[in-house]
Design a protein around this ligand. Structure first.
Ligand SMILES: Cc1ncc(C[n+]2csc(CCOP(=O)(O)OP(=O)(O)O)c2C)c(N)n1
Ligand SMILES: [Mg+2]
Length: 558
């Protein structure tokens, strides 16, 4: 029996356990959409391909499965590029299928032809351009295997519409290998014994938990390790949720907007056990001044990360979960850490965080506190990019992994809403909160329509400070308050826009209005929106100026 290329794609998705695909049709994917008409999984029509890619990304981050997105050739395909780059930076497994012009027309500047294969290459884990029907099954299987093995990432499969129509035999290979790609083969635990001895003998150790802890599912091992050894745990932005942030050993986030106790602990530490982190500049500050007293033990599945940004005399190549389990088996006696933990507690007291809404008005930390209060411990939050994102990282404590989605590496404005939509499909029945800034929300505002059409249980919390606040903050602190391009407040009312799309929506300017609005918004059946008016001049603190020393943070003036 033969299948068309389009039918093969559907079959492959089925075999891979795909539950829903996000996308928009177009000329070069009409055969694929035709096959999707009868598919046993959900086909979600989005309103922009960038959002479709972010929705697949949000689905993947929430579920740990591969997210799938479809776009047509040319503009559809170029619209997914930001989504690919975003997923690549945060190691999110995606399979993105793009239509291409008919194979015989490739290279002729045909209508809606764009070299998405070439454009995507620096921004993906891998890309396939499928020129014949014979190549298709292997490319599809390869895409899923590559996306979700080793260090996950996005894979593009570009399929000409002629190949979607062609017929062939569907031999879907269960086992597949690619020259040079052996993610499981390389492990190196040579330094484990010495690392354990170093950690055990240190009176000032810190664990630094990155996104790799979540990707490897090492949450339980991390908790056990930290508790058994009494070692405090700092997390990167991507590592948020790997270790319960309300645990007494949690230091919170490190880096440019890290908590004082996390940044000071890293600066004072004798040993840092870095797990699944790439030491991005946002988490290290200046590399010359980073952790000056510490010996760094670095564990990562991706060997290329070891020593890339920060030198380590004790590299370990392997899955964080496996490394931690092995280390747990061999734990040596631990030195007392009580004075170290007391010192950390003193820092916490010295730099208290302001969490309540000020009388008569609102602040983003106060809003986040209300979101958390109404959701309880079981909540899920996605964020957009800007000041509100950093406040969320600081103030919205996460105790469960995969419940906090944010664009870490690329910092993509417009990520918040579509990623919440992906999360809603991954966790049916759960209400998802999305916190966005006025600037970011406008970048994918069309997706309110999709939320309404599918009646998704998402509460959008717009922090309207009438500014591209994070850029404004840099201008305020480092560019003599020359607010170029940042304080041109949106002319729309977000709550009215939402109402026009058919949502229930509220505007809040103070604590009482916020509470009332949240009470209703979080008990709606479908999507809802609360526009919160917040002051323009509030800055996010702590802040380490770019390239600065983590211990020299600016702190909020009282
Ligand atoms: C697509 C994109 N364009 C530009 C930027 C640069 N940028 C980073 S934060 C920011 C301001 C975001 O404004 P808003 O969403 O209102 O959030 P706020 O900082 O005010 O909380 C901008 C323009 C970006 N990160 N992403
Ligand atoms: Mg803003």
């Amino acid at each position: 029996m033969t299948l068309s290329g389009a039918e093969m794609i559907i079959q492959a998705f089925q075999k891979e356990g795909v539950e829903c695909v996000f996308g928009i049709p177009g000329g070069s994917v009409i055969p694929l959409y035709d096959a999707l008409y009868d598919a046993p999984f959900r086909r979600v029509l989005m309103r922009h391909e960038q959002a479709a890619c972010h929705a697949a990304d949000g689905y993947a981050r929430t579920s740990g499965k591969v997210g799938v997105c479809i776009a047509t050739s040319g503009p559809g395909a170029t619209n997914v590029v930001t989504g690919l780059a975003n997923a690549h930076m945060d190691s999110v497994p995606l399979v993105v299928v793009t239509g291409q012009v008919v194979a015989s027309a490739i290279g002729t500047d045909a209508f809606q032809e764009a070299d998405i294969y070439g454009s995507s290459l620096p921004l993906v884990k891998h890309s396939f351009l499928v020129r014949t029907i014979q190549e298709l099954p292997r490319a599809l299987r390869g895409a899923f295997v590559i996306a979700n093995s080793g260090r996950p990432g996005p894979v593009l499969v570009d399929v000409p519409s002629s190949v979607q129509k062609e017929r062939g035999t569907f031999d879907y290979p269960p086992e597949i290998s690619f020259p040079g790609y052996h993610p499981e083969a390389r492990k190196d635990f040579t330094h484990m014994e010495r690392s354990l001895a170093l950690l055990g003998g240190s009176s000032k150790p810190v664990i630094l938990a990155g996104g790799g802890c979540i990707l490897s599912g090492a949450e339980a091992e991390l908790l056990e390790f930290a508790e058994k050894c009494h070692i405090p745990v700092a997390n990167t932005l991507m590592g948020k949720g790997a270790f319960p942030e309300e645990h007494p050993l949690s230091l919170g986030m490190v880096g440019m907007h890290g908590t004082p106790q996390a940044n000071l602990a890293v600066s004072e530490a004798e040993v840092i056990l870095a797990l699944g982190t790439r030491f991005s500049d946002r988490s290290t500050g200046g590399r010359q001044t980073y952790a000056p007293k510490a010996t760094i033990i670095h564990v990562d599945l991706d060997e290329a990360e070891l020593g890339k940004n920060i030198f380590t005399p004790f590299p370990m190549v392997g899955d964080v979960k496996e490394v931690l389990s092995r280390m747990l088996e061999k734990l040596p006696p631990q030195k007392s850490r009580s004075s170290w933990l007391e010192k950390i507690e003193a820092w916490r007291q010295e730099y208290p965080m302001k969490e309540e809404n000020p009388p008569g008005s609102l602040s983003v930390p106060g809003i986040l506190r209300e979101v958390r209060r109404i959701q309880g411990d079981e909540g899920m939050l996605t964020t957009d990019v800007g000041q509100h994102q950093m406040w969320a990282a600081l103030y919205y404590k996460v105790n469960r992994s995969r419940t906090y989605l944010t664009s870490g590496g690329l910092g993509t404005m417009g990520f918040g809403l579509p990623s919440a939509m992906g999360a809603a499909f991954a966790r049916p029945g759960e209400r998802i909160a999305c916190i966005a800034g006025d600037g970011s929300f406008l970048m994918n505002i069309q997706e309110i329509e999709t939320c309404r059409r599918y009646n998704l249980p998402i509460t959008m919390v717009i922090c309207n400070n009438g500014a591209l606040g994070m850029v404004r903050q840099w201008q305020d602190l480092f560019f003599q308050q020359r607010f170029s391009g940042t304080c041109e407040a949106p002319t729309c009312s977000f709550s009215q826009v939402a109402q026009a799309f058919g949502l229930q929506a509220w505007t809040a300017t103070n604590q009482e209005e916020l509470k009332n609005a949240f009470k209703e918004a979080f008990s709606c059946e479908g999507p809802s929106l609360v526009e919160c008016m917040v002051p323009q001049e509030d800055n996010v603190y702590p802040m380490v100026p770019a390239g600065g020393d983590l211990k020299n943070f600016l702190f909020h003036p009282f």
